[in-house]
Design a binder for this molecule. Structure first.
Ligand SMILES: Nc1ncnc2c1ncn2[C@@H]1O[C@H](COP(=O)(O)OP(=O)(O)OP(=O)(O)O)[C@@H](O)[C@H]1O
Ligand SMILES: [Mg+2]
Length: 276
């Protein structure tokens, strides 16, 4: 059972889209869920709601870092009965210092009982480097859900994540496990499928590039808010619910993941998508 979950992947592949949908799916299945936006863009809430609350860092700065009077309520947006969201936000003082912001946030979450209030906490992670800047978060997270498209650039980032996880578990006692990977904006499924086969990672869901999905963000809503769904979008929604079920269940015991050689990724990507 995963309480804390991080969504990781290259810039622009759909981390925020996935975080918003998995948050809604966990809430739909009855779990009290907090979605945490870690991106300076503060766009995680935008994917869920038109509400505007100060970010955690903004609130702290306005309150002159008076930790004794810190409250969570002013920074939390209630999305549904079960789903809340908040943004960590950019910091004037800790510019570019991701680990500093994460450490502050996790410290305050501990002090204010966030990890016992919510059954699931989903982190929409802002960055594709898997280095010390995310150590505070990755040390606390039980499960990682990766997301990628099928370009070589995104597969390289996914591959670096696999390496970081192997090194993390072997050398730094990192407990975080990769549940699997979502293939978003699928254009060249063959490249993705070969990658999955060679690396042993678990393919969770494949979603095509869809104008309807792209229109959700400006409307601040997810597929859960639509009354009618095309078969394709219905499949995406069911897929999100399936992943949420996996996150609520016992950890899967899968074959060990195996990062590929860089050259191998270039070879996969050179394979052409099928002709229509
Ligand atoms: N399957 C899809 N089809 C069409 N548009 C999509 C799809 N998935 C995501 N998008 C759109 O692509 C854009 C980037 O997605 P998103 O913000 O979720 O990616 P991200 O990985 O969080 O990006 P960043 O690294 O900048 O945080 C958004 O405008 C989103 O609405
Ligand atoms: Mg994002």
């Amino acid at each position: 059972m995963s309480r804390s979950i991080a969504i990781l992947g290259k810039g622009g592949v759909g981390k925020t889209f996935l975080a918003a949908h998995l948050g809604m799916a966990l809430g739909y299945l009855g779990d009290k869920t907090l979605v945490v936006g870690c991106d300076q863009k503060r766009d995680t809430i935008r994917a869920l709601s038109a509400q505007r609350r100060p970010s955690l860092v903004e609130y702290l700065e306005q309150a002159g870092f008076d930790y004794a009077r810190f409250e969570l309520v002013p920074i939390i947006s209630q999305i549904t009965e079960n789903v809340d969201a908040l943004e960590l936000g950019p910091s004037q003082l800790l510019v570019g210092h991701t680990s500093g912001v994460l450490e502050e946030a996790l410290h305050l979450f501990d002090q204010h009982g966030v990890f016992s209030t919510y059954q699931r906490i989903l982190f929409d992670v802002n960055d594709e480097r898997f280095d010390a800047s995310h150590a505070p978060l990755l040390r606390r997270v039980e499960t990682i859900v990766a997301v990628t498209d099928d370009t070589p650039e995104s597969l390289f980032v996914l591959n670096r994540l696999l390496r970081a996880l192997l090194i993390g578990s072997a050398e730094h006692d990192l407990a975080a496990r990769l549940l699997g990977v979502v293939h978003n904006r699928a254009v060249n499924p063959q490249a993705f499928e070969h990658y999955v086969e060679l690396s042993n990672i678990y393919p969770l869901l494949s979603i095509g590039d869809s104008g309807e999905l792209a229109r959700l963000r400006p409307q601040h809503r997810t597929l859960f808010a639509l009354e009618e769904l095309s078969p394709e979008l219905n499949a995406a929604l069911l897929g999100m619910l399936k992943i949420a079920e996996l996150l609520r269940g016992d950890p899967l015991n899968l074959y060990p993941i195996m990062p590929l050689d860089d050259e191998e990724i270039w070879r996969l990507a050179a394979q052409q998508p099928p002709e229509n």
